[in-house]
Design a protein around this ligand. Sequence first.
Ligand code: SF4
Ligand code: SF4
Length: 152
Amino acid sequence: MAKFIHPVFKYTNEKSGKELDLLAQELDQKVFAKTDCLSCANCCKSAPPIVSKKDIKRIAKFLKTTPKQIERQYVIEDFSGEMSFKSIPCQFLDEQNYCTIYEARPSACRDFPHVHSGNFKGRKKLHSTNSLICPAVEEILDLMVKKLSTAK
Ligand code: SF4
Ligand code: SF4
């Protein structure tokens, strides 16, 4: 089955990477200023984050246990060696949609949904997929379509 690619990527070839990054960052700020992630938590409920050894070490320290124990209990490794949390929804999400390891959460959670992190053009698949998970990303990309399709 073909992967979904958001319509914004029909317009990105005509713009420089820098211009797109600036526009993405501006709209990211605007949309997240009015987004209530606590009433959503869809990312934590549907997209297990990638975790690194450094993340595991930090979480183990926070939970006063060992990295080995964290790996055994919460982490799965795929055939290429990439590690992620194994539960969907995330095992660290509580009933009020708070992250119970917030201070020690993985870098992938801190950076999600990555729209502000630059290289917008090079992250076509990531942003398209995230627009199906995250209502804020969907709104940002839709606003980008509006801006780019009316720009000269
Ligand atoms: S899916 Fe997007 S809007 Fe929802 S909680 Fe995650 S970052 Fe916030
Ligand atoms: S670690 Fe926290 S922020 Fe990351 S997916 Fe789990 S609940 Fe969400």
